[in-house]
Write a protein that binds this ligand. Structure first.
Ligand code: PLP
Length: 290
């Protein structure tokens, strides 16, 4: 991986002339069945860039109360996109069409209008969201002509756990943020994926956020090298692991995978790039990036 990074052909990505980044973005878009992608420094950056691109200031974003954007992104949505977030109950990370419908609103003298719905799959608790549940949300979004953004930091983990392709998950939403640094071998970086027009606009907003990079091809090369790992080694290794996961004894390791079509929990060892912390001392006790 380090060798691939050292050898990478690089250019200035702000001008779109870094060949390695260009290849990576094409690959990412193709893997998710979308038109285009833009490289960003982190998952948080990609989520916030999506909100910044989709939403007008003062509008409202509906999302689950335990999702990463609410819990772990330092309130960035109010600073960068200037939106009001509307966190709603989402048991096990699953947003329901009913809960969303009850909260959708159009601008009036008192209320902001809803501009976006955000989902997360796999959820950062390790839960996967069944495709049928995503379909229900899609239906409501279409009725209201609203876009859906997916925090797909671990979309490939979710796809493998649910026995589908990442494309199947991505087809139900308008934009996806996926992390290259979680299980895909790159040391940093994420992609924001969607329609060409959306990504073009996101490129400008990325520049505004200070995320345009020179020689970004170096970390991108690490992911291109990981293509092999993704296609050949990782799924096999992952399914082998799933079958070896023991029933819960320590209260941390989930038992056998539930039927994937009903949604399931990713085994902790599939929860990539997670620092497990001792809650009493707040010391990191293990760290995985497999
Ligand atoms: C679901 C989810 N979304 C977004 C992120 C943010 O990624 P990053 O740490 O690259 O900002 C994480 C990080 O763990 C995550 O678990």
């Amino acid at each position: 991986m380090r060798e691939a990074m050292a050898r990478a052909e690089v250019g200035d990505d702000v001008y779109g002339d870094d060949p390695t980044v260009n290849k990576l973005e094409k690959l990412g878009a193709a893997m998710l069945g979308k038109e285009a992608a833009v490289f960003v420094p982190s998952g948080t950056f990609g989520n916030q860039l999506s909100l910044f691109t989709w939403c007008g200031r003062g509008t409202e974003v509906i999302l689950g109360e335990e999702c990463h954007i609410i819990q772990h992104e330092a309130g960035a949505a109010s600073i960068i996109a200037g939106v009001q977030t509307r966190p709603i109950p989402a048991p096990d990370g699953v947003l329901t069409a009913r809960a969303i419908s009850e909260r959708l609103r159009r601008q009036d003298l008192h209320a902001p209008s809803t501009s976006l719905i955000c989902m997360e799959n796999a959820h950062s608790t390790g839960r996967t969201v069944p495709l049928a549940a995503m379909d229900e949300v899609r239906e409501v979004a279409d009725q209201w002509k609203l876009p859906i953004h997916l925090d797909g930091a671990r979309i490939f983990n979710a796809a493998i756990a649910m026995g589908c392709e990442a494309k199947d998950i991505a087809a139900r939403v308008d934009s996806v943020m996926l992390c290259l640094s979680k299980g895909l071998c790159a040391p940093v970086g994420s992609l924001l994926v969607g329609k060409k027009k959306f990504i073009q606009e996101a490129r400008l907003k990325r520049k505004i956020m200070g995320g345009g990079g020179t020689a970004t091809g170096r970390p991108s090369a690490a992911f291109r090298r990981a293509e092999y790992i993704f296609h050949r080694v990782w799924p096999n290794r992952t399914s082998a692991r799933i079958s070896r996961i023991p029933p819960s004894k320590d209260g941390q390791t989930p038992g056998p995978m539930p039927a994937v079509s009903d949604g399931g929990i990713l085994p902790l060892r599939m929860m990539t790039n997670k620092a497990m912390r001792n809650t009493r001392t707040d010391a990191a006790i293990s760290y995985t990036n497999t």
